[in-house]
Design a protein around this ligand. Sequence first.
Ligand code: CTP
Length: 242
Amino acid sequence: MPASDAVSPLSDDPGSRRGAHRRALVTAGPTEEPIDEVRFLGNRSSGRMGLAIADALLACGWRVTLAVGPIRTEVPTHFREPIPGQEIDRDDPQARLLRFRTSHELEGLLRRELPQSDLVVMAAAVADFRPRSVGEGKLRRSAQGMTLELEGVPDLLASTVPSRKPGARVFGFALEPAERLEASARDKLVRKDLAGIVANPLETMDAADVDGTVFLRDGRVLAPGSRLPKDAFARWLAGVIA
Ligand code: CTP
């Protein structure tokens, strides 16, 4: 069955089922937190899950803005970056591409995009810590080594709640060791004020397959029934959340 024919098990409204030109924002990939002008703290997120979800939502008829961090995975060419200086309102293609590097840039992007997003899928692997200050130029090696002071990164999903469009449905991800996956996912659902959370065991990071479960705010727990390649999981997920 093509993704565009996927039926949402959660909605009887054909308009919402197919996206009906409503806007989705999908974030994908890691953040890079600069140490100096050449080094950074990053993580192993490939961005593939977010890219696959963006494509699956597009196939369901959504207008999709894909916000990607610094990834090596190629972004499909139908996602186009806006022309610099052009107003967002005048630049409203079906598939739009925005880029971020740091958690600070992603925070600004969310504040700009959330007010016009009906659906948000936050698949980005945002840093939890970043260097408190950024070294000038390239920090020099020293025999004594060095200590990096890190500060906590704000929880972007929770701290941008006031920027959300009223009625928007926001989905997050939880990547945790299997033994505390469910408890953590349920905690994040409430703490981050989400409609649902996609819980994956730690091994999913950078892997080809996904063994995911979706916990919904209304108490339902949904899973595709088996481990799936990321694009097949994304099509299943698009049917569930859209
Ligand atoms: N997230 C976020 N801001 C952060 C870290 C994570 O918005 N600074 C988002 C992620 O994009 C993801 C969800 O929160 O959708 C869960 O990410 P995770 O790292 O599992 O959550 P944390 O809140 O950082 O979990 P914990 O506090 O338990 O480490």
